[in-house]
Design a protein around this ligand. Structure first.
Ligand code: NAP
Length: 243
C-alpha cells in the first residue's frame, strides 16, 4: 500500500508543488483547499495525467469544526496518515495598529491553531501505526520577525516552538516533527507585496533570486523520507541565504 500524505493548502503555491512531487514519488496524496476549487481540480488532473490518483477535500481550516471534519473523513476512508504537511497559511501586510480583531484571529486560527489541531488528531493515528512525519511550513519571519507582519510572524514563530516541543513528545513513537522556514518564494502570497518592495527584497537575498515552490517541496520530500529518520525537532531554513 502506498504511503499517505495529507497536504493542506495544496491548490496553489508550495502545497501544490508538494502534492505533485509526493504523488510522483509514490505517495497517495490527500489534498485540501479552501476556495480555489478550479486550481485544486487542475492539480488533481495533473496528478491523474501522471498516472496516479489523489483525493481532494474542501476545508476551511480556520474553523476547528472543519479541521475535525477533515480528520474524520481521512480516518474513515484511510485509517492512517504517514505524512502530514501543515502548509495552508495566509499573510497580511499591515501595521499592527491597523489590524482588526478579526484579521488577527483569522491569522492565528489558520496559521497556528489548525496545524496544532491537525497534528493532535493525526498524530493519534501515527502513534497507532508507530510511524509518522509531521512537517510544518513556517517562515523566515517566524525566526527573525517581519515588519508589517507582526501577527503572521507570531503565528510562524509559535509554529516553530510547537514543532520542537511536539517532536520531543512523539519521538519514541517513531514520529519525526520538523518545520521548514522558507524565505521569499515565488507564489501568490509573495505577490501581495508591491513591485517596488519586491525589487528591494530581492536585492537583499544573497543568492540573488526568489525561491521556487518546487525547491521547498524537495526539502519536504526529503524530510518525509527514510533518509531523514534521525532528523527531528528541527527548523530548517530555505531562504537563499537571507537572514
Ligand atoms: P499561497 O500560494 O497563497 O497558497 C496558500 C494555500 O493555503 C492555498 O492552497 C489556500 O487555499 C490555502 N489556505 C489559505 N487559507 C486557508 C484556510 N483557511 N483553510 C484551508 N486552506 C487555506 O501561499 P504559499 O506561498 O504557497 O504558502 C504556503 C505556506 O508557506 C504558508 O503557510 C505560508 O505562510 C508559507 N510561506 C510562504 C512564503 C512565500 O514567500 N511564499 C514564505 C514563507 C512561508 P485556497 O487556494 O483554496 O485559498
Amino acid at each position: 500500500m502506498k504511503k499517505i500524505a495529507l497536504i493542506t493548502g495544496s491548490s496553489r503555491g508550495i502545497g501544490k508543488q508538494c502534492a505533485l512531487l509526493f504523488s510522483k514519488n509514490n505517495y497517495f496524496v490527500i489534498m485540501t483547499y479552501k476556495s480555489s476549487k478550479q486550481e485544486a481540480m487542475k492539480v488533481l488532473d495533473e496528478i491523474k495525467n501522471q498516472g496516479n490518483n489523489a483525493m481532494l477535500i474542501k476545508a476551511d481550516l480556520s474553523k476547528k469544526s472543519e479541521c475535525m471534519k477533515l480528520v474524520n473523513t481521512v480516518k474513515d476512508i484511510f485509517g492512517k496518515v504517514d505524512v502530514l504537511i501543515n502548509n495552508a497559511g495566509i499573510s497580511i501586510q499591515k501595521l499592527l495598529i491597523d489590524c482588526s480583531d478579526k484579521e488577527i484571529e483569522n491569522l492565528i486560527s489558520t496559521n497556528l491553531i489548525a496545524p496544532i489541531i491537525l497534528s493532535r488528531e493525526i498524530s493519534k493515528l501515527m502513534i497507532t501505526n508507530q510511524f509518522g512525519r509531521i512537517i510544518n511550513i513556517s517562515s523566515i519571519w517566524g525566526e527573525i520577525g517581519g515588519s508589517m507582519e507582526s501577527v503572521y510572524s507570531a503565528t510562524k514563530g509559535g509554529l516553530i516552538s510547537f514543532t520542537k516541543a511536539l517532536a520531543k513528545e512523539l519521538s519514541l513513537a517513531n514520529i519525526t516533527v520538523n518545520s521548514i522556514s522558507p524565505g521569499a518564494i515565488e507564489t501568490d502570497m509573495l505577490h501581495q507585496i508591491s513591485e517596488n518592495d519586491l525589487d528591494f527584497f530581492k536585492n537583499e537575498i544573497p543568492i540573488g533570486r526568489f525561491g521556487k515552490a518546487c525547491e521547498v517541496a524537495e526539502l519536504a520530500l526529503f524530510l518525509a523520507s527514510d533518509k531523514a529518520s534521525y532528523i527531528t525537532a528541527q527548523n530548517i531554513g530555505i531562504n537563499g541565504g537571507l537572514n
